[in-house]
Design a protein around this ligand. Structure first.
Ligand code: C2E
Ligand code: CA
Ligand code: CA
Length: 597
């Protein structure tokens, strides 16, 4: 009989049936075997309090009244059994001192006697009690005793298995570093599509990477913990999760705009207080993206996407502050994402092409070099110019991938041309600031050019002003130094569009300055523009820096540029960027100088 009971219960444990249902089944099975008895299981927590777990045949009100009662000498049969760690048989509840405080609860229900045994866990702690109540004043029989003895280990298995599962569940939903709910816990909220108002704050710690690099990872971890604890302690209305790395989510249910403002003020006010982080004092700084559920039945996932967009926006325009999601953000940022995806896909499918625009000696109209410009062949076969996907290069991975692909295409083209007897002295390659900072350009150049047997002294890297101004970025300076030591030349692209003054720029060794087309456009139209070009040409000459005028579209511009002393130019007057084969045939023509098209 006992074996059958054990089988039933163990199967339920194995199937993951809930604790309550399993224990209720156990009580019923025992009651079937012992029709006189009413069975009850209580659990005992670490603080020594009792909690009803299952007692299907006891009145609910009676069971509930035991919730949270303390174990002890006067704790009824169960409290005493747990306290003394041995079975306690109370033959008459109405007279037994151990029931003094509880008898009024039991007697009205006709409960006269109660025999309770402690359930031990594997560590010998008492984790519960298994009790038989009788409606007569009597002792347990030998049969009852043997059945209960057989059930105690079973109860232990059921209770410990449940506790383990709860612990696992807790761990699966908890971030170990901070003790906050983790991404899985947050996803549980996300899975709900509801009508309930919800405001979502996505919080990102600013400059965590700098803290890690400067003060070490232990300080970075402390910073994360500080922010987590401060957020969690702020306001009981806030549900705080750590989504990973330096990102937190805070859910606020039902809140007015005014209160939201107060909460944001509270958050910023608390977070920025200086905190000790592994021996250093750091003032945390955070940026927040906020989205509010406005429509009915808007999923939390959608809300997350909006808060994420707002956060990205905030990181770009107002670090250390917050931005509330607006519809227009979706378009600007998702357009950029779409471009990044487009570039990444084009690289993967080999649809990136290197096109070349000739650089011309204005006096003779001969080609002295080329600038390589990236083109994407769409799946439909049309060609996109770089200005249509250029903003994707703000993304480190897309920029690096595009640069490495362009470099290998350029190296291959140069070696093909060289085999055909065409020796181009100068090929301009556009790189973005992130390429240089990552240190990938020198590696790519070295490996691709060596593989194709092309010397590196043909390469002119075109860098924009933003590389040089306002930042003493040592990694960029070092990388430029490395590149120059490899024989690579450096051109300052788009000169005049940024904020750099020429004196600023001269702190960096330069070989070429490319005068932006916005200046060339104004030639002959306003005196100021001409003056700037002349000034630049003059200073550059003194420093033996070559100048190339960009965007030369008319004969007048070309003539005027020469009068001002500019020797080199490029622009639609001579040629647009064209595919490698086209430029080769132009280069082969000795009478080069007309438009290629
Ligand atoms: P950029 O370096 O200033 O390149 C010159 C741009 O001006 C090119 O546009 C070129 O087609 C265009 N252009 C040339 N001559 C004329 C002219 O006479 N009139 C006018 N109106 N435009 C002219 P493109 O190819 O669309 O490139 C746009 C920008 O994208 C480039 O500006 C460059 O910053 C970037 N870019 C191009 N290729 C690459 C690349 O391989 N890597 C990276 N990182 N950026 C690239
Ligand atoms: Ca350029
Ligand atoms: Ca340019």
């Amino acid at each position: 009989m006992l074996l059958e009971l054990q089988n039933v219960i163990l199967k339920m444990v194995a199937r993951g049936v809930s604790l309550e249902t399993t224990l209720e089944a156990l009580c019923r099975e025992v009651e079937n075997l012992l029709p006189d008895a009413i069975v009850s299981v209580l659990t005992v927590d670490k603080a020594g309090r009792l909690h009803p777990a299952a007692s299907p045949s006891l009145p609910v009100s009676y069971s509930q009244s035991l919730e949270g009662t303390k174990i002890g000498t006067k704790g009824g049969s169960c409290g005493a059994a747990a306290y003394y760690k041995k079975s306690i048989a109370v033959l008459d509840i109405s007279t037994d001192p151990r029931w003094e405080q509880y008898k009024e609860l039991a007697l009205p229900h006709g409960l006269k006697a109660c025999w309770s045994s402690p359930i031990f866990g594997t560590t010998s702690d008492v984790i519960g009690t298994l009790a038989l109540y009788y409606k007569q004043s009597r002792q347990p029989t030998a049969l009852e005793q043997s059945i209960i003895e057989g059930c105690l280990p079973l109860c232990m298995i059921v209770l410990e298995h449940h506790e383990r599962r709860e612990k696992e569940r807790h761990l699966a939903f908890t971030d170990i570093t901070t003790g906050l709910g983790n991404r899985a816990a947050f996803s549980n909220v996300s899975n709900m599509v509801t009508d309930a108002p919800l405001t979502l704050l996505l919080i990102d710690i600013d400059n965590l990477k700098v803290v890690n690099d400067t003060f070490g990872h232990a300080a970075g971890d402390d910073l994360i913990k500080t922010v987590a604890h401060r957020l969690a302690a702020l306001n009981p209305k806030l549900e705080v999760y750590r989504l990973g790395g330096d990102e937190f989510a805070v859910c606020v249910r039902s809140i007015s705009s005014k209160n939201l403002e107060t909460i944001l003020k509270q958050i910023f006010g608390t977070i920025v207080q200086p905190a000790p982080c592994h021996g250093s004092i750091i003032s945390p700084s955070i940026t927040i993206g906020v989205a509010k559920r406005t429509q009915h039945r808007q999923s939390t996932e959608e809300l997350y996407r909006q808060a994420d967009l707002a956060l990205h926006h905030a990181k770009e325009i107002s670090r250390g502050s917050f931005v509330l999601y607006e519809k227009s953000m979706s378009t600007a940022i998702s357009q950029r994402r779409e471009k990044i995806r487009m570039v990444v896909r084009a690289i993967r499918d080999n649809r990136v092409e290197a096109w070349y625009q000739p650089i011309i000696r204005l006096a003779t109209q001969e080609i002295v070099g080329v600038e390589a410009l990236a083109r994407i062949r769409t799946e439909e076969g049309s060609v996109l110019s770089a200005s249509q996907f250029h903003e994707a290069t703000a993304d480190v991975q897309a920029a690096n991938a595009l640069t490495s692909r362009m470099i290998s295409l350029i190296a291959r083209d140069l070696s093909i041309w060289s085999d055909e007897g065409i020796d181009i002295a100068h090929v301009g390659i556009n790189v973005s600031a992130v390429d240089i900072r990552e240190g990938t350009v020198s590696r790519f150049l070295q490996s691709s050019f060596t593989a194709h047997g092309v010397p590196l002294n043909k390469v002119v890297l075109e860098l924009t002003e933003s590389f040089f101004i306002g930042r003493k970025d040592e990694r960029i300076a070092e990388e430029i130094e490395t590149l120059r030591s490899m024989g690579v030349k450096v051109a300052l692209d788009d000169f005049g569009t940024g904020f750099a003054s020429l004196t600023h720029l001269l702190t960096v060794p330069l070989d070429i300055i490319k005068i932006d087309k916005s200046f060339v456009e104004h030639i002959g139209l306003d005196i100021a523009g001409d003056g700037i070009i002349e000034g630049v040409l003059h200073i550059a000459k003194g420093l033996r820096i070559d100048c190339i005028a960009e965007g030369v579209e008319t004969r007048e511009q070309a003539v005027r540029l020469q009068e001002m002393g500019c020797k080199l130019g490029q622009g639609f007057l001579y040629s647009q960027a064209v595919p490698a084969q086209v430029i080769v045939s132009s280069l082969k023509k000795s009478n080069w100088g007309q438009r290629v098209e």
